[in-house]
Design a protein around this ligand. Sequence first.
Ligand code: ADP
Length: 266
Amino acid sequence: MNTTSPIRTDVAFRVENASYYYGSNLAVRDVFMDVPESKITSLIGPSGCGKSTVLRCFNRLNDLISGAHVKGKITYRGVDLYDKSVDATELRRRIGMVFQKPNPFPKSIYENIAFGARINGYRGDMDALVERSLRGAALWEEVKDKLKESGLSLSGGQQQRLCIARAIAIEPEVLLMDEPCSALDPISTLRIEELMQELKSNYTIIIVTHNMQQAARVSDMTAFFNAQATEAGGKQGYLVEFAPTQTIFNNPAQQATQDYVSGRFG
Ligand code: ADP
């Protein structure tokens, strides 16, 4: 297999020369990426290089941060994400987010799924939706006899799968995951990684991870970001290389990528 050839597939997100700002502070620059549909793309790089910033812009979560804005172009399925006609709330329904720390609602396991679905206007059979979502997140067998118990009574790994179930209950097209395993033990981490492999046939997944082995294990494409010191004493992130994961880990084009994946810095 020629590992240097790009994976041929449909493009979900196209990022063209994007720069990400907080006020006048340029946090991340020079981002070009074609994120494929129904694949897992990971964003890696040292802390502060802008991975979460880039991730949050895929569903315009950065809009909620005062002063945050993007220059350049980001399209989703050909539509400019920042076009005036795009409804950010509807966009976030289609492009769901799973956060670093599992954050179930302080409600029953059942309501954790049903609540969001109801708010999003779901009118179908709620019991069936709850079961389908919990099965989809590989949690059903563990919780089917205690659906009325609090979501907060579950273990960390189960809570994270509950959050994934909650996200998929509203039938998104994309799942953004910001270090979804960093608060979990190794067994729960493996469970989530297996789940991601199962989910990718139905969803485009983009994951930020600090864990290079995780990126190598789970993802099809990898974007490596780095940061440089600014004159003002801050940091500025930039995309170094975006390529099939095999290439990034075995035969990267840039020396900085090679140094990072072989553990020489970061
Ligand atoms: P990473 O996820 O790679 O650790 P981040 O995206 O969190 O990087 O941060 C990239 C840069 O953007 C950092 O310099 C950080 O200080 C800045 N930044 C992140 N979030 C905010 C924010 N809410 N307000 C201002 N600056 C921020």
